[in-house]
Design a protein around this ligand. Structure first.
Ligand SMILES: C[S@@+](CC[C@H](N)C(=O)[O-])C[C@H]1O[C@@H](n2cnc3c(N)ncnc32)[C@H](O)[C@@H]1O
Length: 276
């Protein structure tokens, strides 16, 4: 029997993951617990790293958005940063082994009175939550993996309370998307890559009942960050943590392609906020 596409996607993310080894390495290098910036090369699986997550969280207000759903939470860098700022964070991810490692990382990370976190394995297309249950919903490099974004946006609208906020930091297709090179970190082949262009994304939000508050093209900053990061990765072959603990040797080609795709306008990066 053929495997459902969702299982194949989870396989893409978890098949090279060395969770036990990575935890052992963290214990040995950071016996008092890793700080969030020390985990960042592992748990911020998006362009822009920890500072991009700080920017995203800055679009929320802890007094107004106390309960936040991170859709496609991965290894949880954004969740731990949000929790440290006082947001109650729920992480939803389809890749179960990511959720297990995410939780384990939160248990050992150095946290100063972080707000509660919860981890749920599930599909963004059928959110396992009641209507009106969140103050905010976040996407960070995850909508791009989802084959039915209209259904996902409808689900966000359902679980957001009236006046709730949706915030995104996403990869979208650029003007030269026909030249997109694979593999990239979110997909080995076009099968799992579902990039929208900016017009389609804004239209989907509108049709989903969300009112646009802010939309910023972040591509040039993303390109500069990826160039700097590539240099760092080459200079620090023995870094304590890196995306290679997740993607294995595949990451070398993935990161080269990411840089090419950004440079050639095959992909763009945007930051968006909208409200119900
Ligand atoms: C590129 S990773 C980004 C992870 C994290 N947001 C970050 O920025 O570090 C994309 C994540 O989205 C998750 N994902 C993709 N499609 C999903 C879906 N339909 N429902 C829930 N999670 C999904 C993947 O399992 C993966 O963890």
């Amino acid at each position: 029997m053929a495997m459902p596409t969702s299982h194949l996607l989870a396989e893409h993310y978890q098949r090279s993951l060395r969770a036990d080894e990575v935890l052992a390495r963290i214990y040995s290098h950071y016996p008092d617990g890793p700080k969030l910036h020390q985990l960042a090369p592992l748990d911020q699986l998006h362009i822009g790293g920890i500072s991009a997550s700080a920017r995203l969280l800055n679009l929320l207000d802890v007094a107004e958005h106390s309960l936040v759903l991170d859709i496609g939470s991965g290894l949880g860098g954004l969740m731990r940063q949000g929790s440290a700022l006082g947001f109650h964070m729920v992480g939803l991810d389809i890749t179960h082994r990511f959720n297990i490692l995410n939780k384990a990382l939160s248990e050992i990370a150095v946290h100063q009175n972080g707000a509660a976190q919860r981890w749920v394995t599930g599909n963004a297309g059928a959110l396992p939550f009641a209507a009106n249950s969140f103050d905010a919903v976040l996407f960070q490099h995850s909508l791009m993996n989802m084959p039915d974004p209209a259904q996902v946006i409808a689900e966000c609208h359902r679980v957001l309370r009236p006046g709730g906020k949706l915030v995104m930091h996403e990869v979208i297709s650029g003007g030269q998307s026909a030249n997109l090179r694979f593999p990239v970190p979110w997909a080995d082949t076009p099968e799992h890559s579902h990039l929208l262009d900016i017009a389609m994304l804004l239209q989907l939000l509108k049709e989903g009942g969300l009112q646009l508050l802010h939309c910023e093209d972040w591509t040039s900053t993303a390109l500069e960050w990826r160039q700097r990061q590539g240099q760092k990765e080459q200079a620090t072959a023995k870094a304590v943590l890196s995306p290679q603990w997740v993607f294995g040797e595949r990451f070398v080609e993935m990161s080269n392609n990411l840089l090419e795709n950004l440079s050639n306008d095959a992909i763009n990066v945007v930051e968006i906020s909208a409200c119900c």
